[in-house]
Write a protein that binds this ligand. Structure first.
Ligand code: PLP
Length: 342
């Protein structure tokens, strides 16, 4: 067990959090003359600051107790809060494994935290021997592990993640934005063993709710206490809470969509391999494919000219493009266009 108090910034430990009207009186019945709201309208009232109804539904969906759930205005908010809770600006460090999701480094820079990058090995796996020397540093507060990883699309080996958790006394954040597209078990299974583990998931990808902005963090009640202390009081709007509640009552549709995306991923994998300028497609646990091509810049530009937008990732992985799996029609259009180009 990690002594969480020891790794919280002092100003956060001693912080007297904002006490909202809805904090001081939690009841639902009554005449509410406490929050300076307009008495008329449907969205006139402030939302539940702790999203209790939504958390109950997420708890059932994820088979985890409500006390282990924090909800953020997208995963982005959870990442930013983590920096603000654990990292002293200008002094502490955070670490991730490159190439990976760019937001960790940006959020680190915004918070004036030194960002360390350990390169993934040639199979895009974490190199434990290269990571080990960093684990004893007292300044290192956060380690980000993206699994399945964006943009490489593979999952990280469980054994290596466990070795890091066993040796590190800071916080490990595992970003599982793409877990619903993977057959692997979620790292949530490790939450009981490690009180310094945060598993992040999101409604932005498989759930098709990117426009709504809702990220989930599963972690120990101790860490959730500090998230609640630091977050803006009403960080999830009432509109957003209702939209997600409505969405997760229909898991059939979710399952069907994921099934189609997975079968399309397989089909795209097969078909792309037959295109002359495609050198290789990396195995994917996500809803996108990373493809090494002969000339990524050229292919990217030619596709853009035809209003087909993919991601040029050659800055991260040499000559690689990242292709999101779309509808069968969109995928066919991409395939036909690439075949014409080759
Ligand atoms: C898309 C993505 C997210 C989602 O972020 P939200 O703020 O929840 O939309 C998180 N992590 C990774 C690695 C992603 O690719």
């Amino acid at each position: 067990m990690v002594d969480i108090k020891k790794i919280i910034r002092n100003n956060i430990l001693s912080l007297q959090p904002y006490s909202s009207a809805r904090d001081e009186y939690e009841g639902k019945e009554g005449v509410f003359l406490d929050a300076n709201e307009n008495p008329y309208g449907i969205y006139n009232r402030y939302p539940d600051p702790y999203q209790r109804k939504l958390k109950k539904a997420v708890a059932i969906l994820k088979n985890t107790p409500e006390e282990h759930i924090f909800l953020g205005n997208g995963s982005d908010e959870i990442i930013d809060l983590s920096f603000r809770i654990f990292c002293n600006p200008g002094k502490d460090t955070a670490l991730s494994f490159s190439p990976t999701y760019g937001m960790y480094e940006v959020s680190s820079a915004i918070n004036d935290v030194i960002f360390l990058k350990v390169p993934l090995d040639k199979n895009f796996q974490i190199d434990f021997e290269k990571t080990k020397p960093y684990l004893k540093s007292e300044q290192l507060k956060l380690i980000f592990i993206c699994s399945p990883n964006n943009p490489t699309s593979n999952s990280m080996n469980t054994d290596t993640v466990i070795r890091i958790l066993d040796e590190f006394q800071g916080v490990v954040i595992i970003d599982e934005a793409y877990i619903d597209f993977s057959e692997r078990l979620s790292f949530m299974q490790l939450l009981e063993r490690y009180n310094n583990l945060i598993v992040m998931q999101t409604f932005s990808k498989a759930w098709g709710m990117a426009g709504v902005r809702l990220g989930m963090a599963f972690t120990s009640p101790e860490i959730i206490h500090y998230f609640n202390k630091v977050k803006p009081p009403y960080n999830i709007s009432k509109v957003n809470q209702e939209a997600i509640l409505e969405k997760i009552t229909n898991t059939d549709r979710f399952r069907k969509e994921v099934e189609i995306i997975l079968s399309e991923r397989q089909r795209m994998q097969n078909e792309l391999q037959n295109i002359a300028f495609v050198r290789r497609i990396f195995p994917s646990d996500a809803n996108f494919l990373l493809a090494e091509v002969t000339d990524a810049d050229k292919i990217y530009n030619e596709l853009v000219a035809k209003q087909i937008i993919i991601r040029n990732r050659s800055g991260q992985v040499h000559n690689c493009i990242r292709i999101t799996i779309g509808t069968p029609e969109e995928n066919n259009l991409l395939l036909d266009t690439l075949k014409e180009m080759s």
